[in-house]
Design a protein around this ligand. Structure first.
Ligand SMILES: [Fe+2]
Length: 312
């Protein structure tokens, strides 16, 4: 049988009852939470293939689409949905990114997954997608309606499944995470992993965000981040990740951390190696000029400019 395009053959797994991880071909993980009345999609990927078609193979419930943060790998596919939720500080990045930008960044992350990190769970050679046929242009005349996402906002999916959004800046100024007591899971986007980039906010701010995750620990058993190259598909982050990230952020603020030079996975562009703080398995990239909240947030304008350039 000939392949169908755009593809709906995303690798996916139902790892808890009514709780799915949908993998955009090793690049980014999206999560589908299904209640008795509604379903929620957390993050939208690059817009490769037919994500909504894949979701409709699982559920026909009305969909609340929420985005953890502004990065193109999480937000580009949002343009394919009629309505989305995103924090106001990150909404300027909801743009109809060009195919060239999406395909380039898709390639960078795939490269990180396949060539820079062990990827024993990868089935990438078997994936049924073709960039030329599955990374289709986004229609600039059909922007999604954007709703604000705010700290403490609740989404009632029915049947007692209520998901709460929490504000956790650091990786981006408007980063959000989602607590789902029904599946006892916390979905943290890119605000926690073993290779944490938090240059968009002062380290003090990041530490507060990480402690916010810790403070909710009685309501979840497992943490899922937005890329399964830090864990297996459907498996949570391991238990050392959050406490070590907190400890490392504390060390940075106390000036007792260790810095190392690591390869830059953007080396498709010959970008130079980067300096990161390290502790056990955790790495944190931060701006040394932004340690304390009084040092100020990253300029949102700067990011808007960057994305406008990429869009061109
Ligand atoms: Fe990401």
């Amino acid at each position: 049988m000939a392949r169908q395009h755009p593809t709906t053959l995303f690798p996916m797994v139902q790892f808890k009852k009514d709780t799915w991880e949908i993998d955009e071909f090793d690049c980014i993980s999206m999560f589908l939470l299904i209640g008795s009345e509604r379903a929620m999609l957390i993050d939208c990927g690059f817009g490769m293939g037919d994500l909504e078609g894949a979701i409709r193979g699982i559920t026909d419930k009305p969909l609340d689409v929420v985005v953890t943060h502004r990065s193109v790998d999480h937000v580009a596919g949002a343009w394919k949905f009629p309505e989305i939720y995103i924090h106001p500080l990150d909404r300027a990045s909801v743009l109809p990114y060009s195919v060239a930008t999406r395909a380039r960044d898709f390639g960078i992350i795939r490269h990180r997954q396949h060539d820079c990190l062990p990827s024993v769970y990868s089935l990438h050679n078997l994936y049924g997608y073709e960039v030329e046929k599955d990374m289709l242009p986004l229609d600039p005349n059909k922007p999604p309606v954007i709703h604000d996402l705010y700290d403490g906002q609740e989404f009632d999916l029915g049947g007692g499944r209520v998901v709460t959004a929490y504000y956790v800046p650091g990786h981006s100024p408007g980063h959000m995470m989602f607590l789902d007591p029904y599946s006892r899971s916390l979905f943290v986007g890119d605000m926690l992993n073993y290779n944490l980039g938090v240059a968009a906010a002062p380290v003090e701010c990041t530490l507060k965000s990480l402690r916010k995750m810790e403070a909710l620990a009685d309501q979840y058993d497992d943490i899922y981040n937005g890329h399964h190259d830090f864990r297996a598909l459907g498996a949570p982050l391991e238990e050392d990740c959050l406490p070590t990230a907190i400890s490392l952020a504390e060390d940075i603020l106390a000036g007792r951390h260790t810095m190392v030079t690591v390869p830059n996975f953007f080396f498709n562009y010959d970008w130079p190696p980067v300096r990161m703080a390290v502790k056990d398995r955790n790495y944190i990239g931060f701006k040394s000029s932004m340690l304390w909240e009084s040092d100020g947030m990253d300029s949102t304008e700067e990011w808007v400019k960057r994305f406008e350039l990429e869009k061109a």
